[in-house]
Write a protein that binds this ligand. Structure first.
Ligand code: ADP
Length: 464
């Protein structure tokens, strides 16, 4: 008696199991994706011809494929367009493509491909599918054997492609986690630095207010001293108010609640007002302060959010004053294409290039806490950038340490159609102008006693 059994299929199934086991094991231990693909190529080589073996990932922004591994007897590509390639078609169709040489030509004709690369006798490509997207392609090809691959090779490649996608997704998830962790730690560090700095920034004016208020009551204080102390108290109060404004503005921006309120305004008038406002504040005679507008009076009437525009300019000029000991500060505006371009230039300490981008992030300051030459909460530029963005423009800085800085920002130019708006006489900041001869009766409803007292006393003084 004799018996025989065809064990080809059995052997093949066994081989496939071994290959899959080895590949799964390699996914655990391989350091890089390329290492893993070398194992895949070797293991897969037990079952099919992997002399020519390519794995490439799809770059959607450029519509190209970029090699992860490219082992080929005839060609060598690093990155290639999806157009005119079989690999590109696999990604586009999200389907396995198995072709011999004749089929390759017909396929190219059907999809109007002008094929790059050397033609193969047998070509097999499977997509790497993640969710409903093809994120890459795995290809084997033979330049000698027209029957190198068949449907079962295609099935095996598809199984391996699924393993690879799982690995890519896992790696991506880990990378994202590391980035998220680094971001969270960075944000934590910045917040701590911000809180330390803030507590200093808030305490300083508060100490000023509390300390000098006590001195005001001291019977030995002379009238001149009293006058001086009350000016300090006033100044400290304003400083505190500006810090609180910054915090509230930043919180409003972060909550996505900052809104644009465009009204008719005159840009030349705004520059003039800001100039006058700062002129009184610059007490350093070594710094020249100027402004210049190249916008003609007829073009100066625009639609814009005046409060936000003003705040950006005030922040930039305030910084220029803070960081400039000698030389000059100038600011201005001109029309540039369909935009209004504003600049604030100083000859101060300057900013190293590596900080040019990040100073626009909240809490970022060039100098670490203890070395700081100037006060500040690190919010001004973040607020300015957000406001400029909201107004539809961009902001950037050109600067070199020791030579000074130039902050430049744009907003869309929206001229007011018709007659330009009347230029109002310049008003001093904080000064309310009431154009009326009539005596006004004002009803004030207030639940805070000090506010009530202040308002009625201030009104009495106005009367006198
Ligand atoms: P701050 O309240 O600290 O000034 P900003 O957001 O306005 O906060 O500025 C961030 C940092 O950018 C500043 O702390 C400073 O290091 C740097 N900076 C801003 N403007 C200037 C300037 N004109 N010259 C030099 N450094 C500047």
């Amino acid at each position: 008696y004799g018996t025989f059994q065809d064990i080809t299929q059995h052997k093949r199934a066994e081989n496939i199991q071994t290959v899959l086991y080895q590949i799964t094991r390699a996914t655990m231990v391989s350091e890089t994706f390329e290492d893993l693909l070398n194992v895949v190529r070797k293991e897969l080589g037990r079952i099919l011809d992997t002399t020519n073996f390519i794995v490439a990932l799809y770059e959607p922004e450029k519509d190209t494929l970029k090699k992860v591994i490219f082992i080929d007897e005839k060609d060598e590509f690093i990155e290639w367009e999806t157009e005119n390639t079989l690999s590109g078609m696999v990604v586009k169709l999200r389907k396995t493509v198995l072709l011999d040489k004749d089929e390759e030509a017909r396929f190219a004709e059907k999809y109007h491909l002008n094929l790059l690369g050397s033609p193969a006798e047998c070509w097999l490509g499977v997509p790497l599918i993640s969710g409903d997207k093809a994120i890459g392609v795995m290809v084997v090809q033979s330049y000698t054997d027209p029957k190198a691959y068949d449907q079962s090779s295609a099935k095996l490649m598809e199984i391996i492609a699924r393993e690879l996608v799982l690995l890519i997704e896992r790696k991506k998830m880990l990378e994202d986690l590391v980035i998220a962790k680094e971001k969270a730690e960075e944000s934590d560090r910045l917040k701590t630095a911000f809180l330390n700095n803030m507590s200093h920034e808030i305490r300083t004016p508060l100490n000023g207010i509390m300390g000098f208020t006590n001195l005001l009551n001291d019977p030995e204080t002379t009238p001149e001293e009293r006058d001086y102390y009350s000016r300090i108290i006033n100044q400290s109060g304003r400083q505190l108010m500006s810090i609180i404004d910054d915090i509230i503005n930043m919180a409003t921006i972060e909550a996505g609640q900052a809104k644009l309120r465009e009204t008719e305004m005159n840009v030349n008038q705004l520059l003039k007002d800001i100039y006058l406002q700062f002129l009184n504040k610059i007490n350093n005679s070594q710094v020249a302060f100027n402004y210049h507008s190249q916008v003609g009076d007829k073009q100066a009437a625009i639609m814009a959010d005046e409060t936000k525009l003003m705040q950006v300019l005030v922040n930039l000029i305030g910084n220029a004053i803070k960081f400039t000991e000698h030389g000059g500060i100038k600011f201005g505006c001109r029309l540039h294409d369909s935009e209004l371009l504003f600049y604030v230039e100083d000859s101060g300490i300057g900013i190293p290039e590596e900080f040019h981008e990040i100073i626009f992030e909240r809490f970022r300051q060039v100098e670490p806490d203890i070395n700081r030459v100037a006060e500040g909460n690190g919010l001004g530029l973040a607020i300015s950038k957000a406001y400029v963005g909201l107004m539809g423009g961009e902001i950037r800085v050109e600067s070199e340490p020791g030579k000074g800085s130039k902050f430049i920002f744009t907003i869309p130019y929206k001229p007011v159609s018709g007659e330009p708006a009347e230029v109002a006489p310049p008003s001093q900041a904080g000064e309310a102008i009431i154009h009326t001869d009539k005596t006004l009766t004002i009803l004030l409803v207030e639940d805070d006693y000090s506010c009530l007292l202040y308002t009625s006393d201030a009104a009495d003084e106005e009367d006198s």
